[in-house]
Design a protein around this ligand. Structure first.
Ligand code: F6P
Length: 545
């Protein structure tokens, strides 16, 4: 069953949404709240330890009905069936998209070509459990018999961002191992990491789905050369592990077969942290926490698969985002976690969302006549309040934002947590309500400002408000809730890709730059430049001078 091919703009729901937008676009959220006393409850979803309050959006009950109608007309339910049943929905690469199988339990029934994937997945999970357990406990040691103290994950894109985001997010649960992430081919980054390490107690985990990525292979070779400056070749086996679908290439690198962790082509790099790509996560927090991360994601998978569209977290978030993207013309979305531990979440979501849905060709190969993937950005609150919130509050752009916060802090410092969360609540309230001119005037008058000074100052202090936000209030940051949160965004990506009639699971757009870089690298090495535009040639010659 291939994915449906429906131009969303040709559906009846799209047309009705267009008319509905005209009626709603100038309405204020303040008015919408005063017209409907049930609004907060009506536009909230409670699920496990999550509360999603999406009432501070520029919607009414009619909007959500029309958006759901759009989802149905675009064949979302049929597409979900194809997704979960292992159909090759990544059509341009001829692959299934089954990262959900990586967190499944026995009997969940994820099949590919008639084979239940559980057997293979659980075999690799056991391998991860045994390996990480032995490294953490010190049973497996380095070449001089000392226990490992440091782990360096060498990978880029999905082979870096997921592991680094999760290990940072779950630092509270970490053990004694120090984690380092070597991703950029920038030698300064590589040598800076190596500089502080002891080869006797450092484990390198090379992660590359393809095992052909220039950055990862170069960094791995540099790491191995550094290691070999201290010891002999026969010790490489004890200090290097690798994760890839390309196990032949790993052998060539000299990695011991028992340190090779397979993955599969039905897992996209940006959705792979649940596989052995998450080995560094496992090393950092131990297998039990890792399996709780999987459990949280599994719970979200089940919710996504079974909840009615209007009560379905990924569907609702996906539809709201489309509403702003395609009707209000919003280009970006901010993700603001009120937890410093989640500081890499926006960067992680950038790859997930932008590599997946940054497409301009529909599933029939035609240019889409509408906007697709949103630009994702963000930083944790409260830091971001002191950086870019000015523009969200008083700038000219509409920026829908997701606020993610936790009811309980991990260290239990209530005083800090109340301050943090007071800001969290205050920001969405301020973004929604703004501050009208009469209020500004009253405030200034109360401070003794009057006459021309009052008139001059007032406009600068007005906040228009009406800025939409989603609030996700979660019980506490744990492996389970983090797993569910990540899976929520993964499925939101799927929902949007389906509605936009694009293929979300390939990434051809990163290839051209890679090819040109290879050509230029050869030219730099030979100091001989081929055909380039005048600007690029000038830059190359200047660099080489
Ligand atoms: O940037 C393109 C990309 O293919 C990503 O999709 C992927 O996560 C990254 O490169 C790394 O690829 P690999 O894991 O094969 O080294």
């Amino acid at each position: 069953m291939p994915l449906p091919r429906i131009n969303p703009t040709r559906t009846g729901a799209w047309e009705r949404l267009g008319a509905h937008y005209q009626q709603l676009k100038d309405k204020s959220l303040r008015d919408l709240f005063s017209e409907d006393p049930e609004r907060a409850e009506r536009f909230s979803i409670e699920w496990n330890s999550f509360l999603l309050d999406y009432s501070k959006n520029r919607i009414d009950a009619g909007t959500m009905e029309l958006l759901e109608e759009l989802a149905r007309e675009c064949g979302l339910e049929q597409a979900m069936e194809a997704y979960f049943s292992g159909e090759p929905i990544n059509e341009t690469e001829g692959r299934a998209v089954l990262h959900m199988a990586l967190r499944a339990e026995a009997g969940d029934g994820f099949h590919l070509d008639g084979v239940d994937l559980y057997g293979e997945v659980s075999r690799v999970r056991k391998q991860m459990q045994a390996f990480s357990g032995e490294i953490i406990s010190g049973k497996r040691t380095g070449y001089t018999g000392k226990a490992f103290t440091d782990v360096v994950n060498i990978g880029i894109g999905g082979s870096d961002l997921g592991p680094v985001m999760v290990t940072e997010a779950l630092k509270y649960y970490r053990n004694h191992l120090r984690l380092h992430f070597m991703s950029n081919v920038d030698g300064d980054h590589v040598h800076d990491i190596l500089h502080g390490l002891n080869p006797e107690t450092t484990l390198f985990v090379i992660v590359s789905k393809s095992f052909t990525t220039q950055e990862t292979l170069s960094n791995a070779l540099t790491a191995r050369a550094w290691f070999l400056q201290h010891t002999s070749h026969e010790n490489v086996g004890a200090h290097f592990a690798a994760v890839s679908t390309n196990t032949d290439k790993i052998g060539e690198f000299g990695i011991a077969p028992e340190n090779v962790f397979p993955m599969w082509d039905w897992v996209g790099g940006r959705f792979s942290l649940w596989s052995a790509v998450g080995l560094s996560i496992c090393l950092s927090i131990g297998y039990e926490h890792f399996s709780n991360l999987l459990r949280g994601a599994r719970d979200m998978d089940r919710h996504f698969r079974s909840a009615p569209l209007g009560e379905n977290l990924p569907v609702v978030l996906g539809l709201l985002s489309l509403w702003y993207n395609n009707f209000f013309g919003a280009e970006t979305e901010a993700v603001i976690p009120y937890s410093q531990y989640l500081h890499r979440l926006p960067a992680y979501l950038q790859q997930g969302v932008m590599e997946s849905n940054g497409k301009s060709v529909d599933r029939d190969g035609h240019r889409v006549p509408y906007q697709t993937g949103t630009i994702i950005w963000g930083e944790p609150g409260t830091n971001s309040q002191h950086a870019f919130f000015q523009l969200i509050h008083q700038g000219t752009k509409l920026i829908p934002a997701d606020f993610i916060g936790f009811r309980h802090s991990l260290f239990g410092d209530l005083e800090h947590h109340h301050k943090l969360m007071a800001n969290f609540f205050a920001q969405t309230e301020a973004l929604m309500n703004g501050k009208p001119e009469d209020e500004v005037r009253q405030e200034l008058q109360a401070r003794g400002v009057s006459g021309p000074a009052l008139d001059r100052l007032a406009p600068f202090k007005v906040f228009e408000g009406n800025n939409p936000t989603n609030t996700l209030l979660i019980d506490r940051l744990s492996p389970e809730t983090l797993g569910a949160l990540i899976a929520l965004y993964e499925h939101k990506i799927f929902v949007q890709g389906i509605l936009w009639n694009i293929f979300s699971y390939d990434q051809w757009g990163v290839e051209l730059g890679k090819e040109l870089a290879n050509t230029i690298l050869r030219e730099l090495e030979d100091s001989k430049f081929g055909r380039h535009d005048a600007s690029t040639l000038q830059l190359l010659q200047y660099f080489n001078r």
